[in-house]
Design a protein. Structure first.
Length: 225
């Protein structure tokens, strides 16, 4: 069974539409950009087209074959497989996580490739336009929203009596609460290290709190990340 013009169109359209989403990611300096999205969409399309060919040749659709083949199983495996690639795009940086949008874009690019593979051209175009529109327009809308941010605070101090309680009390004065706190004590040097996260509306509050922590007796160093 040879390749026909319609199959070529499906492959090219999948590459163009997937690459269009990746172009936005490329412009914003994300690790998975134009080429990655293009290849994901193209590969998904190839898997889908191949599964259709398998069904046509061996599934009895054209030739009376006796082998039972479900072409949708390949598409289902594409959804599962793309999860591994998406997970690789997600990066944890200190108290924040990056790459979730890029991972979602890869997932959408794979879906577009599958849709192109079965000939749903209009659906593929609408999904691409919606995805690109959401990336461009909603990013500007997010700029007008007040968002909470999470910052990591690290404190190195002498292990004085009641020092931990003083730090916790100081944090509470700013109407903040320690999250995911971890403490490390050195009995030999009589020192301790504490790391915790804070949910902040703005970082100015954190700067003022750091000044107060530094003013505590025995505190050697603090860091805001």
């Amino acid at each position: 069974m040879g390749i026909d013009l319609e199959t070529i169109l499906r492959l090219l359209l999948a590459a163009v539409l997937g690459g269009s989403i990746g172009l936005e990611r490329e412009i914003h300096g994300r690790p998975a950009g134009f080429r990655t999205h293009l290849l994901v969409s193209l590969g998904s399309c190839v898997f889908t087209v191949t599964s259709i060919w398998f069904h046509t040749i061996y599934g009895g659709a054209a030739g009376g074959g006796t082998v039972s083949i479900d072409p949708s199983r390949v598409a289902a495996q594409v959804v599962t497989g793309i999860g591994f690639l998406g997970a690789g795009a997600i990066i944890r940086e200190k108290a924040s996580i990056r790459g979730l949008t890029t991972a979602a874009c890869l997932w959408v690019a794979a879906a577009i490739g599958v849709a192109c593979g079965i000939g749903l051209f209009a659906l593929s175009a609408v999904v691409t336009a919606t995805a690109i529109g959401s990336l461009l327009v909603l990013k500007k809308v997010e700029g007008f929203l007040t968002r909470d941010t999470y910052s990591a605070i690290k404190v190195w101090s002498m292990d004085l009596e009641g020092q931990m309680a003083k730090i916790e009390e100081l944090v509470s004065r700013f109407s903040l609460r320690m999250l995911n706190a971890s403490v490390e004590r050195d009995l030999v040097k009589q020192e301790f290290f504490i790391e915790f996260e804070l949910k902040l509306v703005n970082r100015e509050i954190a700067y003022r709190m750091l000044d107060d922590i530094l003013a505590l007796q025995g505190v050697k160093r603090v860091r805001l990340e």
